[in-house]
Design a protein around this ligand. Structure first.
Ligand code: 5GP
Length: 110
């Protein structure tokens, strides 16, 4: 089981703010912005590069879930980030969308 599957199964505590049939969103333990959520599909795919044709709906649903969670948190502008692979900064190998908001975001990202 991945760390995030354990959070989804309530085996590890987390501050869950949104969930639906496809995904669960909870607060990042090490927030990089005033609001920092992780939106995670219930089905564990390691990373975007491992998604297949059959995951097309899941990928869309995770973005919709991220937008719903952001709306619920009162965010207007926010940044969605998906790190794919270790060299891109991925540390938990269960696909997830970061939702960062509550401050102005710089570009380009680091
Ligand atoms: P990644 O680096 O893989 O894109 O993002 C993983 C995120 O998971 C990091 O931002 C990290 O702070 C967060 N994280 C790691 N362990 C936990 C945990 O046990 N609980 C929560 N809520 N977030 C975690």
């Amino acid at each position: 089981m991945t760390l995030f599957e354990k959070i989804i199964a309530r085996q590890i505590p987390a501050s869950i703010v949104y969930e639906d049939a496809w995904c669960v969103a909870f607060r990042d333990i090490s927030p990089q912005a005033p609001t920092h959520l992780l939106c995670v599909p219930r089905k564990a795919i390691e990373k975007v590069a491992d998604a297949v044709e059959d995951d097309a709906e899941l990928l869309g649903r995770v973005l919709l879930g991220a937008a719903s969670a952001a709306r619920q948190e009162g965010l207007e502008g926010y940044r969605l980030v998906i790190n794919n692979g270790e060299s891109a900064g991925q540390t938990v190998f269960h696909l997830h969308v970061h939702v960062l908001g509550g401050r102005r975001m710089a570009w380009p990202p680091g």
